[in-house]
Design a protein around this ligand. Structure first.
Ligand SMILES: *Cc1c(COP(=O)(O)O)cnc(C)c1O
Length: 376
């Protein structure tokens, strides 16, 4: 009987495993009866969001006409982003989180007889959308554990794979990558872009761009001008602290933006989310404080973990991947039982690793003390 219900499901969907998100604090408290848990599992901003966003949202809630549809074109947010990036608003596509952008790219550019190319240990949603679209997945082996960017993207191998597979329609790059934290230099990205045929779309995921050392940032506007097949996308979920509201966006050629717009849900961003994102862009002090906290605490966390004899991958993001040299599952469980939620990486083929989001100073200290306790 159940077979008849699945008979017409897309083959890719039938064999798909759903994305497993970081455990919400409430769930841990419910499951294990642990009080005052902390969550360092989803790379959220531990400072929350800009106070000006809170203020504008509470005001908007009083006056907002919730019965009206939002501005489906996201006009004001696009205008604000166009100004920030010095780019034509026609190059911008808004998404319900940048996850939505990844889906739009998949729906437009992937399907049977086409392939998507991405690195091993890259963000899980690339493979999910590829499979959901019944496209072929080409996962290129990552750099080795002893490379300068351990488990990071191997752009030389990716360029070679691209040449060997003329059915590739879409390439995903994450810079920095989640869950490894590893990064690509602007020179390496540009050298890669030069080797990509003009009909192949390169989707450059910059979800953690704000946390990167400014010296590592490329000239995105120049790239977009020189490589019309490039799509760069960012999110308000991480450094801007608006994960719950779901806003992301891409910058691309207007031709690609037009294609993405055709398959986009007409109202994929709600009114409050649009307003919050616009407001968040103006609070540069909050962003600076968030980035400074992350830079400082990421260094401390990494140093203290290394002092415990653990492997810490270099990171330009707001998390670190930590290797234990053995199955990390019992360590993950031990942390959970003590009210600390982190992210296991077995589903990323890194079973010896856990990913720790950088929290506040107090949260990181609690994590470190709890980890010492778990490790005995
Ligand atoms: C978190 C994340 C995203 C998606 O976040 P949204 O909340 O959907 O904007 C995209 N790419 C990477 C690499 C991420 O880590």
């Amino acid at each position: 009987m159940s077979q008849s219900l699945t008979q017409h499901a897309a083959p890719g969907v039938l064999s798909l495993e759903a994305y497993s998100p970081g455990m919400p604090i409430e769930e841990l408290q419910r499951r294990l009866g642990v009080a005052s848990a902390i969550k360092l599992a989803s790379n959220e901003n531990p400072l929350g969001c800009s106070p000006s966003v809170r203020a504008v949202l509470s005001q908007a809630l009083t006056g907002a006409d919730l019965a009206r549809y939002p501005d489906g074109s996201g006009h004001r947010l696009k205008a604000r982003l166009a100004q920030k990036h010095q780019i034509d608003p026609a190059c911008i596509t808004l998404g319900n989180g940048s996850n939505d952008i990844i889906e739009l790219l998949g729906r437009v550019f992937l399907g049977t007889a086409r392939a998507a190319l991405y690195s091993q240990h890259a963000f899980a949603v690339y493979s999910i959308i590829t499979q959901a679209q019944d496209a072929r997945a080409i996962e290129v082996p990552a750099l080795p554990a002893d490379a300068a960017q351990p488990y990071g993207h191997d752009l030389t191998a990716m360029a070679a794979a691209l040449k060997a597979n003329p059915d590739v329609a879409l390439v995903f790059l994450a810079n920095p990558n989640n869950p490894t934290g590893t990064w690509l230099t602007p020179e390496a990205i540009e050298a890669f872009l030069q080797q990509v045929p003009p009909q192949v779309i390169v989707a450059l995921d910059e979800a953690y761009d704000e946390y990167m050392d400014p010296a590592l940032r490329g000239n995105m506007r120049g790239w977009l001008q020189r490589y019309p097949n490039l799509v760069v996308f960012r999110t308000f979920s991480k450094a801007y602290g608006l994960a719950s509201l779901r806003v992301g966006y891409s910058l691309s050629s207007p031709v690609v933006a037009d294609l993405l717009n055709r398959v986009r849900q007409p109202f994929n961003n709600n009114s409050l989310a649009l307003l919050a994102a616009e407001t968040a862009l103006d609070d540069e002090a909050f962003m600076a404080e968030s980035v400074a906290l992350n830079t400082r605490e990421r260094a401390r966390l990494s140093a203290e973990l290394r002092a415990l004899g653990l492997t810490v991958l270099p990171s330009q993001a707001n998390f670190v991947a930590v290797g234990f040299g053995r199955d990390a599952k019992p360590i993950h469980q031990g942390l959970l039982e003590r009210g600390v939620i982190v992210r296991p990486l077995a589903s990323y083929a890194m079973p010896d690793f856990l990913r720790i989001s950088v929290g506040t100073e107090a949260e990181n200290t609690r994590f470190l003390n709890t980890l010492r306790d778990v490790l005995g």
